[in-house]
Write a protein that binds this ligand. Structure first.
Ligand code: G4F
Length: 288
């Protein structure tokens, strides 16, 4: 973020709330964006079981409010809906654009609603609205309560003596993990196409949380089994055991493919958190 007085400022912040439809319309009217990437949501699956109504309101109805604001203001824009592989839920892998959804959480059910309402506005009002059905995408910027970052943060702290244990839930769950940077490129490509459509974005590989743990701790020369404990509180009432995407359509139409592999991604995240914690420790020592 740069202050807007700075001549080099390229990012401008506007305030809005997905629960306030009128204000969304004012924002769109003022900004007239060429492209909208709608990633706003209550996006944590476990939290959606604790806050199901809020999740339905923001993640599901929030999307409707934004689409309706575009429709009512009549602005010409291209709309990207952040759909999620969680929508596939219990559906057998590999999951593609043709796989029927079987959502397993209030979050996933809200995303299914948002997916269909985006399609409906595309058909009803000829809006350029795309669904990117993104499988898990990670980076050093990942929120600290999602499992990958929770692991890399904890192990960096363990390595430097700032933490003893890491408590996790279901470590047998499998996910198709990719690098967020690659996936953002796919989102942009979707909005550059001549026709709006829906695309699965995935690597086509699946790995368990346990595999992530092993690779991450090995990178820090630690044995994960000595530090990880299972806490039932991190289990979900209904779990998505296995996600594995089939990105063939994106490869063919968007000419997209992921550049960063699983091991490289794990190492990137571990290295970033090790560097951050080292700085924290060094800073603390410096103060003494
Ligand atoms: O990192 P997670 O919380 O991601 P999850 O639930 O797959 O959802 C993420 O990816 C979706 C795309 O498919 C997004 F739509 C969504 O917004 C979010 O970004 O959990 C991954 C797996 C789960 O099976 C979970 O049960 O890790 C398991 N897990 C095991 N222990 C844990 C933990 N997850 C979290 N967050 N914390 C744990 O301690």
């Amino acid at each position: 973020y740069k202050d807007f007085h700075d001549p080099e400022a390229r990012v401008y912040l506007h305030y809005g709330d997905l629960s306030v439809s009128g204000q969304l319309a004012y924002l769109l009217h003022d900004i007239e964006p060429d492209e909208i990437y709608h990633l706003g949501a209550q996006s944590h699956v476990r939290v959606s079981f604790d806050m199901p109504e809020y999740t339905g309101d923001i993640t599901g109805l929030g999307t409707l409010r934004l689409l309706e604001a575009i429709h009512k203001t009549g602005i010409k824009t291209r709309f990207y809906q952040a759909s999620s592989s969680e929508m596939f839920g219990a559906a057998p892998p590999p999951q593609s654009e043709a796989t029927p959804f079987q959502p397993q959480s209030p979050y996933a059910a809200a995303k299914v609603y948002a997916y269909y309402i985006a399609r409906n506005y595309r058909e009803a009002y000829k809006m350029f609205a795309c669904n990117g059905i993104l499988f898990n995408h990670e980076s050093p910027r990942r929120g600290e309560t999602f499992v990958t970052r929770k692991i890399t943060m904890a192990l960096a702290r363990i390595k430097h003596g700032l933490q003893d244990k890491l408590f996790l839930g279901n470590i047998d769950a499998k996910r198709d993990w990719g690098f967020a940077g690659d996936y953002v490129e796919a989102m942009w490509l979707m909005l550059q196409q001549p026709k709006a459509d829906d695309f699965v974005i995935a690597t086509g590989e699946t790995h368990s949380v346990k595999e992530f743990l092993k690779l991450a701790f090995e990178r820090a020369e630690l044995d994960w089994k000595k530090y990880v404990a299972i806490d039932k509180r991190y289990f979900r009432p209904t779990e998505v055991e296995l996600l594995l995407g089939d990105p063939s359509k994106a490869k063919k139409v968007l000419k997209w493919k992921p550049k960063v592999g699983f091991k490289q991604l794990v190492h990137m995240m571990v290295d970033a958190d090790m560097a951050m914690v080292e700085k924290e420790v060094y800073g603390l020592k410096g103060k003494r």
